[in-house]
Design a protein around this ligand. Structure first.
Ligand code: GDP
Length: 140
């Protein structure tokens, strides 16, 4: 399959523990290339819009509050089969269920503070990339 792109967030639990480099190293070792990256403080409005699909879920408010509790690093990752490759190295949503060697198993704190976000489809990747990056900010 041709190289394509996905969207990643290094979440506040990871930036707080100075794990930006550790997470990025695992992404790179999994065959993904960081073609855009910036450290930002998300606003509540931004986080609510980004996680809009989860608005009806019971953890929505907690999730938004967590995502704005500190800086995050938003990234565009490029590689062969990038969406699935990233989901594989991330591991299961709940770190307790994640495979050894995955980012969430090795680094995450809890089902909420699980260190990374990754797009779950090519379509969502394109939407999420456009939410945070202008085309000229992505240099492959
Ligand atoms: P993902 O695609 O693996 O990130 O999982 P989801 O799309 O299902 O959930 C989005 C994010 O919401 C997760 O990464 C967690 O940060 C958070 N989350 C998911 N399930 C729960 C839950 O049961 N409780 C809480 N507090 N947060 C959750």
């Amino acid at each position: 399959m041709a190289a394509n792109r996905t969207f990643s967030i290094i979440k506040p639990d990871a930036t707080r523990r100075n794990l930006t480099g550790a997470v990025t190293k695992m992404l790179e070792e999994a065959g993904l290339r960081v073609v855009a990256s910036k450290r930002i403080q998300m606003s509540r409005e931004q986080a609510e819009e980004f996680y809009g699909v989860h608005r009806e879920r019971p953890f929505f408010n907690d999730l938004v509050t967590f995502m704005i509790s500190g800086p995050v690093v938003v990234q565009v990752l490029e590689g062969e089969n990038a969406v699935q490759r990233n989901r594989d190295i991330m591991g299961a949503t709940n770190p307790a269920n994640a495979e050894p060697g995955t980012i969430r198993k090795e680094l995450a704190e809890s089902i909420e503070a699980n260190s990374v976000h990754g797009s779950d489809s090519d379509e969502n990747a394109a939407t999420e990339i456009a939410f945070f990056f202008k085309p000229e900010e992505i240099v492959g």
